[in-house]
Design a binder for this molecule. Structure first.
Ligand code: FES
Length: 131
């Protein structure tokens, strides 16, 4: 069975993903961004899509993540977070570092501050900034 997407992600490939990040965050008493939360709020790209893209397509440069539904090619807010996920994926499995992505609410709030401060301009149709 194919899931939505032009890259041919399969239900099996998504199901194989183990979310060590959220387990680590839970152990610290914080809730990290969930897999189905939007990591790129400009193009509605979830953390799951990005992590699966990295795992399956194995991009050689972080900039190639823009091929994952445009992630990072809008206001620019998510680029440091894309970099974190990219860097983490370059580590051997035993050396995986704990997740330090904020919760979705913290993330969206900080992006709103970033956009209001002139950090970047979201494209039409992006998740709106908070009032
Ligand atoms: S949140 Fe990803 S480019 Fe704006």
């Amino acid at each position: 069975m194919m899931l939505a997407g032009k890259r041919g992600f399969t239900a099996r490939s998504c199901g194989e993903f183990t979310d060590h990040a959220n387990l680590a965050a839970t152990a610290r008493g914080k809730s990290a961004m969930e897999l189905d939360d939007e990591l790129c709020l400009c193009f509605h790209v979830t953390r799951r899509k990005v992590e699966n893209y990295i795992r399956i397509e194995r991009p050689r440069r972080v900039g190639q993540l823009a091929e994952c539904y445009g992630a990072g090619s809008g206001c620019g807010w998510c680029r440091p977070f894309l970099q974190r996920l990219f860097d983490r994926a370059q580590q051997p499995p035993a050396a995986e570092t704990p997740d330090d992505l904020p919760s979705a609410a913290e993330y969206a709030h900080s992006r709103s501050d970033y956009v209001r401060a002139g950090g970047g301009t979201p494209p039409p149709g992006a998740t709106p900034i908070e009032p």
